[in-house]
Design a protein around this ligand. Structure first.
Ligand code: TYC
Length: 103
């Protein structure tokens, strides 16, 4: 095989496909004990939400049971969910943030 043939072959060789990393949802779970204002404070502190967005996300969980907070990389989702849940725990509230893979 000549050098030219090798060069041509390289160009047509299939690139190994890099799988796009799966995205994860952070989910806020409603409970009967955590004060509404505390939930909004956590959403603002951990997820950098505005008061308005935090209130909307909190009220969605309050009314429907759960609310999607953010969709991001797995490690970020898990770190933030733990950070936010721990803030509730430290204050004596059962506030819960979970993660799940996006479809
Ligand atoms: N349901 C709580 C209350 O009435 C407020 C609340 C909202 C708690 C959303 C958790 O994920 C939550 N005080």
């Amino acid at each position: 095989m000549s050098d030219n043939d090798v060069a041509a072959k390289r160009k047509t060789r299939a690139k190994p496909k890099l799988e796009r990393p799966k995205l994860y949802k952070v989910i806020l779970v409603n409970d009967d004990y955590t004060p509404r204002e505390f939930v909004v404070m956590v959403l603002k502190a951990v997820f950098r939400m505005s008061e308005e967005t935090g209130y909307r996300v909190m009220m969605t969980a309050h009314k429907l049971g759960t609310s999607v907070v953010v969709i991001c990389a797995k490690d970020v989702a898990e770190t933030k969910a733990k950070e936010a849940t721990d803030l509730g725990k430290e204050a004596g509230f059962p506030l819960l943030f979970t993660t799940e893979p996006e479809e």
